[in-house]
Structure formats: C-alpha cells, structure tokens
Design a protein around this ligand. Structure first.
Ligand SMILES: C[S@@+](CC[C@H](N)C(=O)[O-])C[C@H]1O[C@@H](n2cnc3c(N)ncnc32)[C@H](O)[C@@H]1O
Length: 278
C-alpha cells in the first residue's frame, strides 16, 4: 500500500510551477499550435524538470548504454518527459516510476495525449521499487534523490532491480563543505531537499550498494549559468506567475528560487552525475 509522498515533498510538488496543466496551457499559447496531433516532441520544451534539458537526458542514456532492446527504469520520473524522450529516441521500453499522485497522473495524461509508445507510468516509491529482481537493464534518475532521506535504500533498490551488467546513471544536487546547517534546514523547508550528498559521498553509497565501475562528475560549473538563466526567465514571466499563483506564493517561490541560485553561485551547492555498473 502506498503511503503517499512524504508531507513536505508532496506539498512542494502540489504547488510546483511545472505541472501537466501548465504544460497543456503552454502548448495552447498562440503561435505554438501546429497542425496535426500533439507529439512527445511538442512537450519537451515544457515537461523536463531538471537542469540541462534534453542534452542532459541524452548524456545519461549514453552513459547507461541504453539501446533499442534496453528495459529502462526512470526513478522519480516527474511528468515523464525524460522517459518519453528516451523511449522516442532510443526505441527502448521505459517505466516511469513516480510517487506523487498528481505528477504520476499528469505523466500518464501526457502519455495518453501524445500516444507515447513504450512508456508506462507506475506510481511507487523509489525506496521500495515495485519490481522483481533483474527486471531492468538501466536505471536513470534526474534531480530527484535530493528529496529522499534514505539514498542508500534507493541505490540498493536500483541494484536489486538491475540485471547483472546493467547500468545506473543519475544526476542530483551535491553539497559542498561550505553549505551550512541553517542553509540545509532552509533547503528542506523550502524545497524539500534532504540528506544532500557530496560527490565522494554518493560514490561511497554506490560502492556500498554493490555497484562497480563508479564514475562521478562534477556538473556544478555547467549548472551555474543554467540556473541563473532559469531564474531570469522566471522573472520575465512575473506578471503571468502572479496571475497564476497569486502575489504571496509567487514571491515565496521567487525568494526560494533566488536562494537556491545563490547557493550554487557561491559554490555551496552544485550538481553531480554518477554512473556505475551492477
Ligand atoms: C525535480 S523532479 C524531477 C522529475 C524528472 N526526473 C525530470 O527530470 O523531469 C523530482 C521528482 O521526484 C519525485 N519523488 C520524490 N520522492 C520520491 C520517491 N520517494 N519515489 C518516487 N518519486 C519521488 C517527485 O514527486 C518529483 O516528481
């Protein structure tokens, strides 16, 4: 029985500015309409909730060695954008695992809209994957484990559901030594981020989960201009944001967004990409 997304994570995504309704609204903006049915490609500008867009998904898929016969699990799949991208570009079968009720429903709705082939949405918890041993050849995840306290459990679960020789490739926030306790508390309260790992910490967790050939890359320098640009874009859409969220929530979101960008620019927080073999 699903317990539901833990409170703060659930609350964060209940009010998140990226959601299925927003994606559909964005699609119907004047000038964006194309003749013919909506395809997965039409959604990609709006349905990715990580840094670096489709290139980042592609980089993970390449590192995970995903091909047309791969059985892929996207852990914490959000609205299913990365899963649809991998399935459409690589021809693989992808399961999009997502715990938040609204996001799982949104992912399924977008799948139906575009007739996504090869993508199934499963509502479930990354710390207790509802799959049998060796069910997948690759596990992917982007900017999501930050929400999960027991990261060791998620990695152990990925190890269990991967076939021998299968690959895990994921990206996530990483903490640097100057990230203070108050800032960590603030990140939990504002963005539902918890037990943030260092680059070395994640490598050690992967090793303890039984993975080999572990590689860790620091993406922080790449993320800096991306997060700054995202904040500026958000601010150019201020009037639209206020109309949608109301003054108070818009300002709250803007404040937490700016706080997050400052931590990255100050070198207290960053991004890491990790790959390893089962
Ligand atoms: C920043 S979003 C990333 C979504 C997707 N990976 C992407 O790049 O578009 C993080 C997602 O992790 C999900 N999540 C958080 N905790 C989870 C858990 N324990 N199990 C499954 N999904 C979870 C959230 O509901 C959210 O949709």
């Amino acid at each position: 029985m699903l317990q539901g997304t833990p409170g703060r994570v659930s609350d964060f995504y209940d009010h998140h500015p990226i959601n299925a309704t927003r994606v559909l609204e964005a699609l119907s903006r004047p000038g964006l309409g194309r003749p013919g049915p909506v395809t997965a490609d039409d959604l990609f500008e709006f349905d990715q909730d990580h840094y670096g867009g489709l290139a980042a998904v592609d980089a993970l898929a390449r590192r995970a060695g995903i091909g047309s016969t791969s059985r892929v699990l996207d852990v914490c799949a959000g609205l299913g954008g990365p899963a649809r991208f991998v399935a459409s570009r690589r021809g693989s079968i992808v399961v999009a695992l997502e715990l938040h009720r609204g996001r799982a429903a949104g992912a399924a709705r977008l799948n139906r809209l575009v007739g996504a082939r090869g993508v199934t949405v499963v509502r479930g918890d990354a710390t207790a994957l509802p799959f049998v041993r060796s069910a997948f050849d690759a596990c992917l995840s982007q900017e999501a484990l930050l929400h999960i306290a027991d990261k060791a459990k998620v990695l152990a679960e990925c190890h269990r559901v991967l076939a021998p020789g299968g690959r895990i490739a994921f990206s996530d926030w990483i903490a640097f030594p100057r990230l203070g306790d108050r800032e960590r508390t603030q990140l939990w309260e504002w963005m539902a981020a918890t037990t943030l790992q260092t680059l070395e910490g994640y490598s050690a967790l992967l090793g303890r989960a039984g993975f080999s050939s572990i590689e860790a890359e620091d993406l922080s320098a790449q993320w800096r201009p991306i997060v700054r640009k995202r904040l500026e874009l958000h601010r150019t859409l201020r009037a639209d944001g206020i109309a949608r969220l109301g003054d108070e929530r818009y300002l709250q979101y803007d404040q937490l967004h700016a706080f997050f960008v400052r931590l990255i620019e100050d070198g207290k927080l960053g991004g890491g990409r990790f790959t390893a073999t089962r």
